[in-house]
Write a protein that binds this ligand. Structure first.
Ligand code: NI
Length: 157
């Protein structure tokens, strides 16, 4: 169990392309466990390995009772469009309006080395897209149609 440091925007690490995981080692399993602890503490819905300084194609997504560990994930199908507000643990105090598919299907490997497919709608679809973008050094702020800071959101409420 460990809480990892979340790297913030401006650090070049977040802009690099991550390498695929070739073998699921004890170190990878430890990383997944630590990423869960870190995400829970930060109260986020998703976390990508580069956000904790590991340049490997690994993300986790936790929305309500659904938890996914995705090793070498790929989006294999998308449907529709949505425009919603996103945030990122690496970009504190900011929010942005981002266009994403309404529905996506992802193929990934789990911690046991088994390939699986999962689809998500709405928030889940956005989260899959957002986290997978991190693996190629893309942040939602690159795609945002509009950006807001925390004060703007509070004023609007
Ligand atoms: Ni993010």
């Amino acid at each position: 169990m460990a809480i990892l440091n979340i790297i913030k925007e401006g650090d070049p690490v977040l802009r690099k392309k991550c390498r695929p995981v070739e073998e699921i080692t004890p170190r990878i399993l430890q990383l997944l466990d630590d990423m869960h602890d870190t995400l829970e503490k930060a109260q986020g819905v998703g976390l990508a390995a580069p956000q904790v300084g590991v340049m490997r194609r690994i993300v986790i997504v936790e929305i309500e009772d659904k938890k996914y560990e995705m090793i070498n994930p790929e989006i294999i199908e998308t449907k529709g469009k949505q425009e919603e507000i996103e945030a990122c643990l690496s970009v504190p105090e900011k929010f942005g309006l981002v266009k994403r598919p309404q529905w996506v299907k992802v193929r990934a490997t789990d911690r046991n080395g088994k390939v699986y497919e999962v689809s998500g709608n709405g928030l889940m679809a956005r989260c899959f897209c957002h986290e997978l973008d991190h693996l190629d050094g893309t942040l939602y702020i690159d795609k945002a149609i509009e950006m807001y800071d925390a004060d703007d959101i509070e004023d609007a409420e």
